[in-house]
Structure formats: C-alpha cells, structure tokens
Design a protein around this ligand. Structure first.
Ligand code: COA
Length: 385
C-alpha cells in the first residue's frame, strides 16, 4: 500500500522576539500571570507576509528532501491568516518557488490547518494523483490580533514550517500511519475573530477592525477532550499503545492543556516535545515548527513513531500518527534567508496597534480609504507589518 512519508522539513521563524515584559508595557498583565497560566515567555512577530515565511521554509524543506520545486505536484498552504481570499496564498508560494507542475490550495481549519493539510495531501498521494507534496503550516496572526485584549494577545505568535510528503513504495511502513479529523461545531461561537469575512460587509463591524470572541476555559475543556479522544482513536486504529509512541509533538496553546492531554494519552512529559515557552501558540505553524525542531535537536530517531494531536477554532481537533524512515537528517541545505528586520517586536506591535486605532476612527466616520496599508501590499509596494 502506498503511504505518504515526510522526507523533507524546514522552518522559518521571524527574528523579532516579543517578551511578556514587552506586553506589560501596554496591557494590564505581567510575566508571572502569563508564565503561570500558560507557560509562555516569548513569541515572535513577523515583519514579512506569510508567503515570504513560507518561501524560506519551503526552500529548506525541499533541500532537505533532495527535491527541486519542479518535482512538486501539490502545494498546500495551511493557515487561518491567508493574505487574500482570492487568489489563494498557496499560489503565491507556488509562484515564488517556481513550482510550475504543482496544484495549489489553501486549507483553513484554524490551528489544525497544517494537520488537516497533511491529511489532504496524504489522501491525494494514496489515491495516486500526487506523488510529491509540500505542506506548509504558517501564521501571520499579528496583523489581526486583538492587541488591547489581554485575554488573547498574550497567547499567540507568528511562525512557519513546511514538510515535503512523498509517496512510499509498496511494503514500506513509513509515513502517515493513521489520522483522525473532528470538529465540535456546536462550540464554533467560543473562538471567533470578528471583522474578517463577508459577515462583516454590512459595515457595523468594518473589515479588518478585528476583535476576538474567546472563552478560554471552555476552549480549554474541549481541547483536552478533542485531542485526547483523537489520540486514543489513532493509537487504537494503528494497533499500537502509548508505550510505542517515541515522541508526542502536540499543538501548543497552553502548557497546562498539553499536560492534561499527555496524561490522558498515557504519555509521560519526557516524551512530549515543547516549544510553547519560546513561541507561544502559532496556530497552524505550531506543530510543524515543533516537528522540525525535534528533528534538528535529534529527538526523532530512525523509525520513530510520532503522535501529533491538535485543536483549533471551529472547534476542530485531530491527531496524526507518523512513522519516520531511516533518514532523520537533511539530504541537503540551502542558503536562503528572510530580508533583515530593523525593528523590535514591540515596535512592530505598536505600529499595528496604531494602524488599528486609525482604522476604527475612519470606520466610525466611514470616510477616507479604510485600508491604505492593505492597498499598498496588494500593489506589491510594501509589507503589512
Ligand atoms: N494577565 C493578567 N490577568 C489576566 C490575563 C492576563 N493576560 N488574562 C485574564 N486575566 C485575568 C482575568 O481577567 C481573570 O480575572 P478575575 O478573576 O479578576 O476575573 C483571571 O485572570 C482569571 O481568568 P481566567 O480566564 O479564569 O484564567 P484561566 O486560568 O482560564 O486562563 C487562559 C486563561 C486563556 C490562559 C486559559 O483559559 C487557556 O489557555 N484556555 C485555552 C485557550 C486556548 O488555548 N486557545 C487557543 C485555541 S487554538
């Protein structure tokens, strides 16, 4: 049976670091509260768009797999922060890479977008219509973050990573072994970004003037339940026990959620790979960035079995079980970097907060261009942040 194996991996983290102390300069919060309730100490703020982060991560993943962009049959852009609704952002990545033989699609299931994208590419590989796929998990959340809401602003950050999936030969047991996708749609109202989408075209809430609905405690409970049940499902269907899992690479929204899920799944924390302290919740970028770092740090031995549970708005949840092959090091590397960032993360955030204040003002009077900076981006002359 053909499977989809992860043969390439690469990440691209924006360099600007936003600390808890930075957040306390404009929010009524402090390092002790954030660290104790979430485990988060830092997060990154991007000075470039998601397609730029994706291009760098994708080049690194392709070199790691020993493939050229022309070898790709599919580009999947897993994100809830696509640059535009039409055209999709996967096409921007295809264009930057020159992956002219590839189809290109965006997948948005919020924080689970990368893993839902992995399932999509896996299905197409198993069906025989795709042989080599690039799956990106990327978020540039900072432009639509609710920066004056301490209940959400302290939790999230920007980031990106990509993997190359390739069809395995018959009899090869590596690759995606089992996956479970789910959604508690009856809880879709407890995590919502207002101000994004056609619902807001009536101008009661202006597009881009974002505010978050966020019931943290309810999300917490459903996240533990969804990830726990999806993890149990894939283990049972693969006929393996928690002891067979070498490493758990979970979605990282809150250290306490991870501890509950690991306990429920029967996996000790020594076998859970954590990035939440330094990156916070990067939505769909969280699991792939953690996966890449686990590989870079030698935590993935040849033939390891990895469990990757996640949850996100919707409320979507999932778990994926992946068996690595003998190779857990890159075939090649590539010399590609982001353009330099000449601002601190706090400067980037304060610029975004100022833009949002101006936007709210112009929305109230409904006068003037509502999104001059977005128009500039679309014209190709500047970046949002
Ligand atoms: N700094 C300081 N105080 C804060 C704060 C902050 N950043 N955010 C909230 N508080 C306050 C609240 O106002 C509340 O004060 P009160 O008791 O005077 O009313 C108090 O802290 C406790 O708030 P509560 O919401 O009960 O805290 P909590 O223990 O549930 O932790 C979350 C809040 C958001 C950290 C937690 O619920 C969580 O992580 N939920 C999951 C959310 C998530 O991961 N979402 C991502 C989806 S992909």
């Amino acid at each position: 049976m053909t499977r989809a194996a992860i043969t390439g991996w690469g990440k691209c983290m924006p360099p600007a670091v936003l600390t808890n102390a930075d957040l306390a300069t404009f929010l009524d919060t402090d390092d002790a509260w954030i660290t104790q309730r979430t485990g988060i100490q830092q997060r990154r703020i991007s000075h470039v768009l998601g397609s730029e982060l994706s291009y760098v991560a994708a080049k690194r993943a392709l070199a790691c797999a020993g493939l050229a962009a022309k070898d790709l049959d599919l580009v999947v852009y897993g994100s809830c922060s696509s640059e535009e609704v039409v055209p999709n952002t996967a096409s921007a990545v295809q264009y930057r890479l020159g992956a002219w033989n590839a189809g290109a699609m965006d997948v948005n299931t919020a924080c689970t977008s990368f893993l839902y994208g992995l399932s999509t590419a896996n299905g197409l590989i198993r069906a025989g219509s795709v042989r080599n796929a690039l799956v990106v998990g990327v978020e540039n959340i900072s432009p639509f973050m609710d920066w004056d809401n301490r209940g959400v602003a302290v939790l999230f950050g920007d980031g990106c990573a990509a993997v190359v999936l390739q069809a395995t030969g018959d009899g090869d047991d590596t690759g995606l072994v089992a996956d479970k996708l789910g959604c508690y749609a009856d809880s879709r109202q407890i995590l919502r970004v207002r101000g994004h989408g056609t619902t807001y075209s009536n101008r009661e809430v202006t597009y881009g003037d974002t505010a978050w609905d966020f019931d943290g405690q309810e999300i917490f409970k459903r996240a533990v339940h969804g990830m726990g049940s999806a993890a149990a499902d894939v283990l049972a269907r693969a006929g393996v026990t928690p002891d067979d899992v070498h490493l758990c690479v979970p979605h990282q929204a809150n250290l306490r959620i991870i501890e509950f899920v690991a306990k429920r799944a029967g996996i000790p924390m020594e076998r859970v790979f954590l990035t939440v302290r330094k990156y916070g919740n990067m939505s769909s970028a969280t699991v792939p960035v953690a996966l890449v770092e686990a590989l870079e740090e030698g935590r993935v031995a040849p033939r390891s079995l990895l469990l990757m549970p996640a949850f996100g708005a919707g409320l979507t949840f999932c778990a994926h079980l992946v068996r690595f092959g003998e190779r857990v090091t890159p075939i090649d590397t590539v010399d590609v970097e982001l353009p330099p960032c000449d601002k601190t993360a706090l400067q980037l955030v304060n610029e975004l907060r100022a833009l949002k204040k101006n936007r709210s003002r112009s929305a109230k009077g409904l006068a003037g261009p509502i999104f001059p900076e977005t128009q500039a981006v679309l014209a190709g002359s500047t970046a949002v942040a």
